[in-house]
Structure formats: structure tokens, C-alpha cells
Ligand binder design. Structure first.
Ligand SMILES: Cc1cc2nc3c(=O)[nH]c(=O)nc-3n(C[C@H](O)[C@H](O)[C@H](O)COP(=O)(O)O)c2cc1C
Length: 179
């Protein structure tokens, strides 16, 4: 069986999670901003996406490639400032990707990082103005101060899903795997 990790991120945290998953599974990793891997060549897909301005950055790619992957096991991990389980996350995904698509992917929400000093000045400026009008106090604080919620152990549900899929489908990954 061929499996792979495809990710779309802007500032490095989604990439970090993709490579943490790679370290444990040996699955190949593709950055969708740089490469054009053909998803129809894979039997199982782990997709990673950051959430920027209430949208998953993988939205365009996922919609364009959905017909080639919808019948395969697909896991989507999102990386956001908003905490897993927060109703906004679900709302943003439904708005961007549709309920039908989401019902066919296994979603694992992860939390990322925002280091204000590392952002381009234009993005910092947008963040500053957005923070002024933000009503939710937690979100406002995150926008004003930045945050770092990166957590290697939060990929465990992803590793378990891969392992369960391999068992369930009586499949073997083509590369050695340590999940
Ligand atoms: C311009 C900008 C907009 C963002 N918008 C959201 C948002 O709407 N919701 C959210 O939960 N997090 C938001 N975040 C936080 C990012 O999701 C978080 O920093 C994530 O780790 C980014 O992943 P990346 O480093 O792979 O791009 C935003 C961050 C930036 C810089």
C-alpha cells in the first residue's frame, strides 16, 4: 500500500507536525506549495492544513483533488490557534469544504504556533488591526501576544489511525513503519 503526507501551511507549524508524523511512520511528505504529487497514486492520505483567516489553506487543493481521493481513507489534520473542540473550527471547515466532504475524512484538530516577531511586517499589521476589533478575549490575547501550543504528543491519534487502517485493510505500508 502506498501512503503519504500532503501538507499546506504558511508559517512552519503544519510542516513541523508533518515531519513529526514522518519521523514515526516513515511516510513521504509533500509540501503542496512546492510540489504537485498525484494523490491518485496513493491508497491512504494524511492531509495537513493550517487555518488562516477562518479557512483551511488546503481548501483549493482539496476541492480540486477530491474526486481522486474521496473513496480512500483520508485523514485531515488542521493546525490553528483555536483549541480543538471549539465550535468555530467545525464551522470554518464546513463553510470551506462542505459537510459532505468532511463526513468522509477523519479530522484531527491540532494547535499551532504564532511568533509575532517572525511574521512579515504586513501580516503583523493585519494581526494588530484584527486584534482591535476581536471580541473574544482569548482570541484577542492570542493575536496580541502570539502563542506556542506545538505539542509532539498530539499526533498520537494520527499514528493510531494509520495503524488501525493498516490492520483493518490487512495492508502493509510499502516503507518500514514504526507507528
Ligand atoms: C494571518 C493569520 C491568520 C490566522 N487566522 C486564524 C484563524 O482564523 N483561526 C485560528 O484558529 N487561527 C488562526 N491563525 C493562527 C494559525 O492557525 C496558527 O498560527 C498556525 O500554527 C499556523 O500554521 P502554519 O505555521 O503552518 O501556517 C492565524 C494566523 C495568522 C498568521
Amino acid at each position: 500500500m502506498k501512503a503519504a503526507i500532503f501538507y499546506s501551511g504558511k508559517f512552519g507549524s503544519t510542516k513541523k507536525y508533518a515531519f513529526w508524523i514522518n519521523e514515526r511512520t516513515y511516510l513521504p511528505v509533500f509540501d503542496l506549495a512546492m510540489e504537485r504529487p498525484d494523490p491518485s497514486e496513493y491508497d491512504l492520505l494524511i492531509l495537513g492544513s493550517s487555518i488562516i483567516a477562518m479557512k483551511p489553506t488546503i481548501q483549493k487543493w482539496l476541492k480540486a483533488n477530491w474526486s481522486n481521493i474521496k473513496n480512500k481513507p483520508v485523514l485531515l489534520f488542521t493546525v490553528s490557534g483555536t483549541e480543538p473542540g471549539h465550535p468555530d473550527l467545525k464551522k470554518w471547515l464546513v463553510n470551506s469544504l462542505s459537510e459532505a466532504l468532511l463526513s468522509q475524512v477523519y479530522h484531527v484538530p491540532l494547535r499551532g504556533r504564532l511568533i509575532l516577531d517572525e511574521l512579515p511586517w504586513s501580516v503583523r499589521l493585519i494581526m494588530k488591526f484584527a486584534a482591535r476589533v476581536e471580541k473574544d478575549p482569548d482570541t484577542k490575547k492570542r493575536m496580541e501576544e502570539g502563542f506556542d501550543y506545538m505539542d509532539k504528543s498530539s499526533i498520537e491519534p494520527i499514528l493510531k489511525w494509520v495503524s488501525d487502517m493498516v490492520d483493518k485493510e490487512h495492508l502493509k505500508l510499502s516503507e518500514p513503519q514504526v507507528v
